[in-house]
Design a protein around this ligand. Structure first.
Ligand code: FAD
Length: 291
């Protein structure tokens, strides 16, 4: 399959890219790693009149620490994040989640900005960023803004980005001492999109009780789902098997994941409950061994 005809620009600077986006807005698409956009264009499910290829903008590719937070430039490839030692040490949830993204070839090209802008509800990174309370730096010729995960992910393949806005970076707060995190998912074959998954962080107090929990679910709805009532239920608990099981039941209450040929809604709810239980159990073990 071949894409419909399109115009092509490959700016070398952020300013040039923002100028082009301001000029062409609605009719154009940003091309990052192309791992989602190009297949969509080849199947003619997307027919942008113009592509703005940002692969030559080196200033968008970096991983740095700023005031304790991790800041990841939008054009950072999955592979670079996966292999970064400081990420594995400080934000192991990201390293664990990325291991599930497609195959090595896809991670070599796919970018962090592309993954969040694409906003696939079955994608690993949007859920991991949601569990980590990340926010997204975006820019246009009109100015800059930082959008929290709770306002950024709107629905399936839909974010709060305006047509002239570019994702510049993702900011991820550091985990508190005494924390543990885990990412767990199930896919029919390794590299396929998840039928269900859970990204979890837990913080233990000195007495071993849970002080804070975050739970974000993959393939649970049109956008990453934060299971806030289950998070609340875990606060103050000892994170024993029964409190984890009860929180996992609570986490899937009210969910209506899509039913399709890969699994019915009921199957996916059961799967999400099991993934949540496994992720919480793993994260609790990791939190205990970190204190
Ligand atoms: C066979 C296969 C298997 C895959 N499996 C998985 C998987 O298991 N899990 C998973 O999460 N992903 C998977 N992917 C998708 C892959 O991770 C993509 O790389 C990722 O979703 C998009 O990143 P990209 O850089 O390729 O973006 P692109 O495809 O270039 O762009 C995706 C969208 O984001 C927009 N965009 C990109 N960058 C920006 C920016 N900086 N600012 C504003 N808009 C931007 C584009 O305009 C486009 O709409 C798979 C892909 C393939 C081909």
């Amino acid at each position: 399959m071949k894409p419909a005809q399109f115009e092509y620009d490959d700016p070398e600077t952020e300013e040039e890219a923002l100028d082009l986006l301001a000029r062409h807005g609605d009719e154009c698409k940003v091309l990052a790693g192309g791992q989602s956009l190009v297949p969509l264009m080849n199947f003619r499910l997307a027919r942008p009149a113009r592509l703005i290829d940002i692969n030559r903008i080196d200033s968008l590719s970096y991983i740095k620490r700023e005031d304790g937070r991790l800041v990841i430039g939008a054009m950072t490839r999955h592979t670079h994040l996966e292999r970064a030692a400081e990420v594995a040490q400080g934000w192991p949830l990201l390293t664990e989640a990325i291991g599930w993204v497609g195959h090595a070839q896809i991670r070599n090209r796919g970018t962090i900005g592309g993954s969040v802008a694409h906003a696939d509800p079955a994608a690993e990174l949007p859920a991991a960023f949601t569990a980590l309370d990340a926010s997204f730096q975006v820019r246009s010729k009109r100015g800059s803004r930082t959008i929290g995960w709770d306002h950024f992910f709107v629905s399936e393949f839909t974010t709060a980005l305006a047509p002239d806005e570019l994702v510049m970076a993702v900011e991820v707060p550091a985990l508190d001492p005494g924390s543990g995190a885990a990412f767990v998912e199930y896919a029919r074959r390794h590299g396929d999109f998840a039928l269900g998954g859970a990204a979890v962080t837990l913080r233990l107090g000195r007495d071993g009780h849970c002080e804070k929990a975050t739970i974000a679910l993959v393939s649970a709805g049109p956008a990453p789902v934060r299971a806030s009532s289950a998070e609340q239920q875990l606060r103050g608990s000892t994170l024993d098997d029964s409190s984890i099981r009860a929180a996992s039941v609570e986490a899937v209450k009210g969910l209506r994941p899509t039913s399709d040929l890969h699994g019915s809604t009921e199957y996916r709810i059961g799967l999400l409950r099991t993934m949540t239980e496994r992720a919480l159990t793993k994260a609790a073990q990791r939190a205990r061994s970190s204190t």
